[in-house]
Design a protein around this ligand. Sequence first.
Ligand SMILES: [Zn+2]
Ligand SMILES: [Zn+2]
Length: 357
Amino acid sequence: MKKILFSVVAVALVLGALAYVFRRPLTRVVVSRVVAGNMASTFLEDLPDGLHVGLCGAGSPLPDPQRSGPCVAVVAGENLFVVDSGSGSSRNLGQMGLSQGKIDAILLTHFHSDHIDGLGEMLMQRWVNGTHTLPTPLYGPDGVERVVAGFNQAYAQDAVYRTAHHGEETAPSSGAGARAQPFGLPGPGEGVKVVEDGDLTITAFAVDHEPIRPAVGYRFDYKGRSVLVSGDTSKSANLAQFAQGVDLLVHEALSPELVGLLTQGAENAQRPNLVKITNDILDYHTSPVEVAEVAREAGAQELLFYHVVPPLILPTMEEMFMEGVTQTYAGPVTIGRDGTFFSLPARSSEITHRELL
Ligand SMILES: [Zn+2]
Ligand SMILES: [Zn+2]
């Protein structure tokens, strides 16, 4: 028995020593295989026909290790759309296997900095990863053209460098940046069909993020399946109307109780500007229970929270965030984080959920 044990330990030591001696060649093999695997990924192409929703950013301007700036990827059939592009969202999208080069269009809900501060990176990655010859279509309510002009100007020199360095065939100069696709802010009960393409309709509708105007949400309808992305809003009857019968409601939420703790902390730290800000943000977002009311009123099949405020850094904070939600809305509820991914296969009532990051 002792002999066998001795032999096993000896073999393990020899293998360990060999692995240490050859650690660099081994690392080369592993890295090149992982890189090749990632680059050859056909995750997007392999998805079943239907609607798919991925959170490329589940958070807000407040730093949360699990939640980057707001970003919702929606795959409809073979098309990839991105709603908003907060900080960190472009990197998340790539890591989720949704190559930025495959983006068909980006849609903005409003022009608050946390919804556009990842946009420059997203546009550049989409251009060079996809060898695009036309700029990214960027939909948004009137005013989106100013955002586009600003980003295009800020990245104009970068675009020149990249074409000069990689050549027209790899980074065609005509494909850099974005082109604005503005639409007028719809009135209550009115929807603007921003995309109508075969089986897919994307409808923009007004939400209530006063004093921020314009602000919209988007509803995606594809082959009998539907998803609604709220953007930033306080509890909105107009949104509830557009969410009628939706399969998956993707809604922002702010917990007044937890934000109250931030205010208290700011008071204790004698930071009056932070006290003012944490008080101000209460009036233009929706509490988790109010979101649950909207989901119930709309008859939504399932609810996904994103733009989660404040950061939920302790498991018990998730419990506090959810207080009263399941008593209000009977369907399944998920608190989103970066990489949360839902699939809604075409012409079915199935909804599946997994985490990609
Ligand atoms: Zn926001
Ligand atoms: Zn906002």
